[in-house]
Design a protein around this ligand. Sequence first.
Ligand code: ZN
Length: 209
Amino acid sequence: MAFKLPKLPYAYDALAPRMSEDTLRTHHGKHHKTYVETLNKLIEGTPFEKMDIESIVKKTAGSNEHKKIFNNAAQAWNHTIFWRSMAPNGARKPREELAPLVEESFGGLDKFKEKFAADAAAQFGSGWAWLIENSGKLEIVTTSNAATPMAEGKRVLSTCDVWEHAYYLDHKNKRPDFLKAFLGQLIDWDFALARLRRLETSEIRLEQA
Ligand code: ZN
C-alpha cells in the first residue's frame, strides 16, 4: 500500500495571479509530491503501511525514532488541507454559524484577519498558521516546520502554509503580502464551515493504492 498524491482541487492556474501557476506546479507537483513519495519509502514494510494518514501522524508525533515519518506524513496531510482551504470562487467571508463564531472568538472578521496575519508573519522560519476549533471556540495557532494541531486531536478548519516555498515565486520575501492575498482572495470560508460541521466531504484522506 502506498499513498497517492491527492489531486489539486482546481486547475494549476485557477488561483492566479494571487498564487501563480508556477507556484502551484512547484508547490504541489514537486514539494507535496516529494513528501508523499518519501513517506511511502519510509513506511514500506513497517506497520505504518497499513494505517491511514491521520493515524500515522498521531502515532509518530513527538517520537524521535519516527521523526522522519512524522515530518513527511504531517506535510502530506498539511498540504492536502491547505489546497482545500483555498478556492478560486470561495466564500471570502464566514457564513451561517461560522459568522457569529468568528465574531465571538475574535471580535469580527477584520480583527481575525489582523491577528491571523500578525501571528503568521511572526512565525519564525518555516511553519503553518491554523484556524482551529477548540471546545466550541475558534483559535489561531501557529506551528513550526511540519507540526500540526491535528496531531493533538484539534479540529483544523483552515490553514495557510508559511514556508517560503509557498510564496517566494510570487511575493519574494514578503510573507505579509502573501498573507493578505490568502485572507482576502484565496481563503474559502465555506470549506472551514464544512470542517466545522464535520461533513464527510471535508475530511482529509489520502488515497492508498
Ligand atoms: Zn508547502
